[in-house]
Structure formats: C-alpha cells, structure tokens
Design a protein around this ligand. Structure first.
Ligand SMILES: [Zn+2]
Length: 115
C-alpha cells in the first residue's frame, strides 16, 4: 500500500478511536455526576475517578496519534516522509510499516526525545 493511503487509513482509524473514547469519557463523567459520588470516600466514586483518568490518558494518546499522522502526511506532502527528522537518515521501511507515523529512525527513537 502506498504511504499516503496507509497514513490516511491510519488517521481515519485514530480519529474513530478518539470519537469512541470521547463518548466513553462523556459517559463516565455523566455516571459520576448522576451517582453523586464522593471521589475520596466512596469506593465507587474512586473507581469512576480512576476510570475517568484512564479514559483521559487513552484519549490523549489517541489525539497524539492523530497529530502524529497529520505530521507524517505533512512530511509526505513536503517530500520528507521516511527521512529521520533528527539525523536525516532513512527511517527504514520495516519501521514505517510497523509505525507509519514514525518521524525518527530507530536509533534516534532509542536515544529518546531529547534534542
Ligand atoms: Zn535518526
């Protein structure tokens, strides 16, 4: 599959995930307010609070994924897709197949996100 099609398909999936997680999160917020629970002293309230934190973390990750795929598509449009954003070496087909939104090669990714 061409890089563009793959990225667009991945972004579509990531957007659907964001939408689904937003519904989950809204449902949890509603459950918490309708139950009128006390997060600190009611065990059920604590569980809901934990689930909301978990849902919020998943939602953040899904939104980041959409942003990463947008960035990858922008790089593709600029002719820089598949070139490491840090060292300028090829990212590698295997890595792009596994992580289409990867902006750095495996060596730079292993070195962490430090500049
Ligand atoms: Zn690199």
């Amino acid at each position: 599959m061409a890089a563009q099609e793959r990225l667009v398909a991945e972004r579509e999936r990531a957007r659907e995930r964001v939408a689904a997680l937003e519904r989950d999160f809204a449902g949890l917020a509603e459950a918490a307010s309708s139950a009128g629970t006390d997060d600190e002293h009611d065990p059920e309230g604590a569980t809901l609070a934990f689930e909301r934190q978990h849902a919020a973390a998943l939602l953040d990750a899904a939104r980041e994924q959409v942003a990463a795929l947008d960035a990858a598509l922008a790089r593709l449009a600029a002719g820089r897709y598949g070139v490491c954003a840090r060292c300028g070496q090829p990212v590698g087909d295997d890595r792009l197949a596994a992580r289409p939104a990867a902006l750095t090669c495996i060596r730079c990714a292993a070195a962490g996100s430090r500049p």
